[in-house]
Design a protein around this ligand. Structure first.
Ligand SMILES: [Fe+2]
Ligand SMILES: [Fe+2]
Length: 161
């Protein structure tokens, strides 16, 4: 990162990197959870859910990419070991339901992950509002995406038989 870009960050850079890494881990876990669930589920409405899970899984990976780039830009290191993703994440990982036809559980688990992401990004964009505008913008953009995700899943959940 350039000299001026560094100067405008008023927040503690290590703390920013740590917050970005927590979000990075959560995005990776959401990406994996949604993708694996899309492969696993069966049943009446499974095809619709599968398409949405695949699309959102790709979105979460894109979120991870944005966060990784900001971490690197700030001179930090994105989580390098796979098992550290679990311990670094805040929202965590829910494995797909043991019954692949339990689509209600799928919706509930995704809604839980999205709610946690929304709360976390809301808090983080507030936290860096005045001390790191670039990072704040990233958290804000991701917040907007997760708000849309939650809405989509609430509708899907309401339409499940
Ligand atoms: Fe995300
Ligand atoms: Fe999401």
């Amino acid at each position: 990162m350039g000299r001026t870009a560094k100067e405008i960050v008023k927040a503690n850079i290590q703390e920013v990197i740590s917050d970005l890494n927590k979000a990075y881990a959560d995005e990776w876990l959401a990406h994996y959870q949604y993708w694996l669930t899309s492969q696993w589920i069966r049943g009446m409405d499974a095809d619709t859910l599968k398409q949405v899970l695949l699309r959102q899984s790709a979105d979460e990976l894109m979120h991870a990419e944005i966060l990784a780039n900001r971490i690197i830009q700030l001179g930090g290191t994105p989580v390098m070991q796979f098992d550290k993703l679990i311990t670094t994440a805040q929202c965590g990982y829910k494995e797909p339901p043991s019954d692949p036809a339990n689509l209600k559980q799928v919706v509930q688990d995704v809604l839980e992950a999205e709610a946690c992401a929304i709360e976390s990004y809301n808090q983080l964009s507030e936290k860096y509002r005045e001390t790191d505008i670039v990072t704040k913008e990233i958290f804000e953009d991701l917040l907007e995406d997760e708000v849309k995700d939650e809405e989509e899943w609430e509708k899907l959940g309401a339409n499940l038989v």
